[in-house]
Design a protein around this ligand. Structure first.
Ligand code: C2E
Ligand code: CA
Ligand code: CA
Length: 624
């Protein structure tokens, strides 16, 4: 601001000096014609030695005289300047605007105008000048005075600053701010030209893994490779940006239809698949989740970007490594998920608070009393597991239940994945484990002769937690449940992913004395003999196979095979989803050890389990 005012004053002062000089009659004559001692001479000296370029122009803006600074600025001699119009040196972009400026003053429409403009110098380079044009008044031969301050360096600096503020320094790609601006421009143009526009958001699926295992240097190189591949996969009229972290954006202009956008995406995705060498031992294949939003003519910039984001998020959930095209329903579903996730967090905080009143009033949690009065949103339901020979209840599976204050019961199939994604699963899982263990210890205190087995589900995310083994250990100590009476269930799919690190964790858990079960067996496409490597004790045969028993010999053969294999590996077997007595009989005859399902009882409250236990068998009382 100060610099600008200072500059204005300086140009003003130089302008008035030049005006007085222009008024002197000898001005058009050769340089240094008058001795410096005369007033006119000193004026001329100021003109000549001024650091700012000055030109005296005639009626048609031809140069009558120019000082040394202007010669230096343009890299031309006075003789080459004389008689030429100043606009002859203008850059193509600014020539018209500059000519207009000069005309305005020459015609008397304005006394003085100023603007920054580009000029082409002798060597072809562009020089930026702060040009100020004023009228020379009534003066023979000279009508205009142009004062030109060289601002090339400042302009370069400004451009550099703008570049830094709008580009990512690692990949040199435009950043999110510039991308947004480009999308906004494209939308404005599209309104005029009826073009079709699509925005693509792309998020790398395995970037974190590269960063964690190979270091940040390798991660950076990966991002650079990705940015180059994106640039080569797009067309000239499209642009690529790094939106942050491992997220990239692509703006497609002039796509005919969705198919056009999809073909670009296809190119992008396949170009990313080629292995990337990062100078480390392994080479990587890049996998990305991609969201596409096609402009419908309705959205504003933010909306279009958000839609692409939503589609990308959906792609991550559904089909990592593929692309998903945005539709409205997705947005509603997302909003729903986000609000449910927030509620999940709140409910959990309350739950923890009831357990640990000390946390109240710490600023993080609401006052304890206000919370205690509310009914708990989280509870644990217990489903009986029954020995198929004796039909006695040998254990229970703890299943989380969430009753939302306004929505009512939310299925664990909906909130467990939500809790996993948001990280809430760590505290939710801990709470369930503690609650179930406490309850198990209470039951077993009165059942020394036939203690119940308490089964708790462990999600994949929980198994990844650093402190999971110590946590299970501390819960067992705290609640007094015998480790041999705790079974931790891990789904087959989780065991298959990350096999090595999972193996280490499972071994440590086993050392605590707890038993491990493979949940939903048969749905993860692994072979039982492969699973032999894992220190599991129990196989829970997924409901779909038990269902299959109803459908004739094929179903029976499948279950028989699974049971035979489990037997060879000396694994205990539990059939899931036993709903009728014919299934129960078949399973018993096939030698399956235990069963769980609506036939024996749905997941139920502690009181209901107590009633079943008192009745001796689970056969009589399937509730609900
Ligand atoms: P899961 O571990 O396979 O649990 C068994 C599910 O099958 C339960 O559903 C149970 O209600 C249902 N089920 C039991 N018997 C029958 C039957 O005879 N017929 C039919 N059709 N269904 C039966 P639920 O409680 O809705 O839980 C669904 C899934 O949510 C669980 O499947 C488990 O993967 C997950 N889940 C539930 N509670 C927890 C938890 O505390 N932690 C974790 N990580 N996951 C949990
Ligand atoms: Ca389970
Ligand atoms: Ca299961």
């Amino acid at each position: 601001m100060h610099e600008a005012t200072g500059m204005k004053r300086l140009l003003g002062a130089i302008g008035s000096l030049a005006r007085r000089l222009a008024a002197s009659t000898t001005v058009a004559k050769a340089r240094l014609a008058s001795p410096i001692e005369t007033p006119e001479g000193s004026l001329r000296a100021v003109f000549e030695h001024s650091a700012v370029g000055i030109a005296l122009l005639d009626r048609s803006s031809g140069i009558v005289h120019a000082n040394a600074a202007l010669e230096r600025f343009l890299g031309l001699e006075l003789s080459e300047l004389s008689g030429r119009r100043i606009t002859d040196f203008s850059s193509a972009e600014d020539a018209q605007a500059t000519a207009l400026m000069l005309d305005e003053v020459a015609s008397g429409a304005r006394e003085n105008v100023a603007a920054e403009a580009r000029f082409v110098r002798r060597d072809g380079s562009i020089g930026w000048g702060a040009l100020s044009v004023s009228s020379a008044g009534q003066c023979a031969g000279v009508q205009l005075i142009a004062v030109l301050q060289d601002v090339t360096e400042r302009k370069a600096l400004e451009a550099e600053l703008v570049h830094q503020a709008t580009h990512d320094s690692l990949t040199e790609l435009p950043n999110r701010a510039l991308f947004r601006e480009r999308v906004a421009h494209a939308l404005t143009r599209s309104a005029r030209d009826a073009q079709r526009i699509a925005v693509i958001v792309l998020d790398l699926d395995n970037f974190k893994e590269v960063n964690d295992t190979e270091g940040h240097g390798a991660g950076d190189r990966l991002l650079q490779v990705v940015s180059r591949r994106l640039l080569s996969a797009i067309r000239g009229c499209d642009s690529v940006a790094r939106l942050g972290g491992d997220e990239f954006g692509v703006l497609l202009e002039q796509v005919d239809a969705l198919a056009g956008a999809e073909s670009v995406v296809e190119r992008i995705v396949s170009s990313l698949r080629y292995p990337v060498e990062l100078g480390t031992e392994r080479s990587f294949s890049v996998c990305a989740s991609v969201g596409i939003a096609v402009y419908s003519g309705q959205e504003d910039t933010e909306e279009l970007l958000r839609n692409a984001d939503v589609a990308m998020y959906e792609a991550k959930l559904r089909t990592p490594g593929r692309w998903v095209v945005f539709d409205r329903a997705m947005h509603t579903a997302l909003i729903d998920r986000v609000s449910l996730e927030a509620d999940l967090r709140t409910a959990l905080e309350r739950c923890q608070l009831v357990e640990r009143p000390r946390l109240a009033n710490t600023g993080i949690f609401p006052a304890f009393d206000s919370v205690r009065r509310l009914p708990p949103e989280f509870t644990v339901a217990y489903q009986p597991i029954v020995d198929l020979q004796s039909l006695k209840i040998t254990g229970v599976e703890a299943l989380a239940r969430w009753t939302h204050p306004t929505r009512g019961p939310v299925s664990p199939e909906a909130f467990i994945p939500l809790a996993e994604r948001s990280g809430v699963i760590a505290s939710l899982g801990r709470w369930i484990l503690r609650e179930a263990s406490r309850q198990g210890a209470a039951w077993n205190a009165t059942r020394q002769d036939a203690p119940l087995t308490i089964t708790v589900n462990l999600s994949g995310k929980q198994l990844e937690l650093e402190g999971i083994v110590a946590e299970v250990d501390s819960v067992l100590r705290e609640t007094g449940l015998a480790p041999t009476q705790l079974v931790l269930e891990i789904t087959e799919t989780v065991i298959m992913q990350n096999a090595e690190s999972t193996l280490t964790r499972l071994r440590s858990l086993k050392r605590l004395g707890v038993r491990l079960a493979i949940d939903d067996f048969g749905t993860g496409y692994s072979s039982l003999s492969y699973l032999q490597r894992f220190p599991v004790d129990i196989v829970k045969i997924d409901r779909v196979f038990i269902d299959g028993l109803r459908h004739g010999t094929d179903g029976l053969a499948l279950v028989r095979t699974i049971l035979a294999l489990a037997d060879m590996l000396t694994l205990r077997t539990i059939a899931e989803g036993v709903e009728d007595s014919s299934q129960r009989e078949q399973l018993r005859q096939l030698g399956c050890h235990a069963g769980q399902g609506y036939l024996f009882g749905r997941p139920m409250t502690v009181t209901e389990i107590d009633a079943l236990l008192a009745a001796g068998t689970a056969r009589a009382a399937p509730t609900q």
